[in-house]
Design a protein around this ligand. Structure first.
Ligand code: BG6
Ligand code: MG
Length: 446
């Protein structure tokens, strides 16, 4: 796994705009009659505008309403934009031009991962907008650093996994964001200030393509080294069939099982859980076999929050660029919840019930094994078979998929024993959330 993409922070990495940010904040705060914190410049590095405002105002922030705070942030931004107008090509940090050219020559993608909503104006001023294959910034991601969103977004847009990227950052919050996202992090600045980084250099001149490649090889996230970043499943074609009550289609018989794994934070023993997929001209079929000791399923209606109890969840995202995916949940009692999730790197635009005309409805059947289908019952497990019509995805994908089409998705499960919930998933590289859609596995239609 070689280095595919280098993600640069902007302010303080490619150009010294940190002084402009700090001065604009300090002038604003003084204008309000307060003294800004002495270490203001360092403390707002990498931090989003609204969070920076709260740092600049300190405890005085409590005197303002939310709308007043917004107005203050707007005022600071107007001053900052005035200052940024002066940014020109010669302000580009030494070493940046050679590095950008070197990366281009080496075929390594160049991405911007900045918290700033003004990133494009600064890149334009520097005359380097065209050097970037990908721009991920404060306009595309709401949560600033130390959340990893801007970097995950950059990697995703560059078609790379975090393990294939390296991040160059000057702010402690940015280093934390990079590490949380699973990136190798190069700090630019002083060792003491950036001590979490894999390595700290004092100037871009200390970096070359060869050096970045060597750093990447040396430090890439150890627990993922040598393992494929994302799982993939080859989905064979079958004839179209209607689910038969209580009997599984014979077409499942020769297909291999794929196991679900515990999410990273799980420490409890994991109930064996496995799945298979196949597809027909009209639908994707998913079969899940979930062993368990007792059932936890008190909900007895469709479209209820089934995820609060024992549940199997199937995620299907045909087109990552749409950032919309299906989340289909089934309980051991056979109730279901069909959601359309719009998710922009953890910024949920909400879950919406996915209203479907009859021909788009997902068919399902559930069989409980080794005991009665009742909440609290001691059983050995449950099996879920579903048929997701491709017509459901009409608005968000080219349907039906054909041989060679790749969609993305996950199969997840929550099992509750003695009040403790265990989370499992087929694709778990990030290991934290079922909704980490950048880490969905590949659904390869054969
Ligand atoms: C980061 C800066 O790059 O962007 C922060 O380091 C700044 O200081 C943040 O607050 C947000 O920038 P903007 O331009 O959207 O206010
Ligand atoms: Mg910075």
């Amino acid at each position: 796994m070689g280095l595919k993409c280098v993600i640069f922070d902007l302010d303080g990495v490619l150009v010294d705009t940190s002084v402009f940010h700090a001065k604009a904040w300090a002038d604003l705060v003084r204008g309000e009659g307060f003294e800004p914190p002495v270490d203001l410049e360092d403390r707002v590095k990498g931090i989003s505008r609204m969070e920076s405002l709260k740092i600049a105002l300190g405890e005085n922030a409590a005197e303002y309403s939310e709308s007043e705070l917004m107005a203050l942030a707007d005022r600071k931004n107007a001053c900052y934009l005035e200052a940024v107008k002066t940014v020109k090509t010669s302000d580009l940090y030494s070493g940046a031009r050679a590095l950008l050219d070197g990366l281009r020559m080496a075929g390594i993608k160049v991405a911007l991962g900045s918290a700033s909503k003004n990133a494009r104006a600064v890149l334009d001023g520097l005359g380097i907008t065209a050097d970037f294959d990908v721009i991920s910034d404060g306009t595309t991601h709401k949560r600033g650093k130390p959340h990893p969103d801007v970097f995950l977004g950059a990697a995703w847009m560059a078609g790379a996994t975090p393990e294939e990227c390296i991040v160059v950052e000057d702010a402690p919050a940015g280093i934390t964001a990079a590490l949380r996202g699973g990136f190798v992090a190069v700090g630019l600045g002083e060792q003491d200030f950036l001590d979490q980084a894999h390595i700290v250099v004092d100037s871009l001149q200390a970096l070359s393509v060869a050096k970045l490649q060597a750093l990447h090889a040396e430090y890439r996230v150890p627990e993922l080294t040598g393992t494929p970043a994302l799982p993939s499943i080859e989905i064979p074609r079958t004839r179209d069939y209607v689910l038969a009550k209580g009997a599984l289609s014979a077409s499942w018989e020769n297909l291999p099982w794929v196991s679900l794994q515990p999410l990273k934070h799980e420490t409890r023993p994991v109930p064996a859980t496995r799945m298979k997929m196949q597809y027909s001209e009209t639908a994707l079929y998913v079969l899940v076999e979930a062993s368990t000791q007792t059932l936890q399923c008190t909900i007895e209606e469709d479209n209820a929050p089934l995820y609060k109890e024992d549940v199997v969840e199937v995620f299907v995202m045909p087109d990552p660029w749409q950032r919309v995916y299906l989340e289909y949940e089934v309980s051991p009692l056979g109730y279901d919840l069909t959601l359309r999730v719009a998710n922009h790197m953890g910024m949920f635009a909400g879950y919406q019930p996915w209203q479907m005309p009859e021909e788009q409805r997902i068919e399902k059947q559930v069989v409980v094994q080794g005991g009665p289908a009742e909440s609290g019952a001691c059983v050995s497990g449950w099996i879920m078979e579903i048929k997701i019509p491709f017509a459901l995805f009409g608005p968000v994908a080219v349907v039906p998929p054909t041989a060679g089409t790749v969609w993305y998705g996950n199969v997840c499960r929550i099992d509750t024993e003695e009040g403790e919930r265990t989370h499992l998933a087929w694709s778990v590289p990030s290991g934290e959330s079922f909704h980490d859609y950048a880490r969905f596995g590949e659904l390869q239609f054969a």
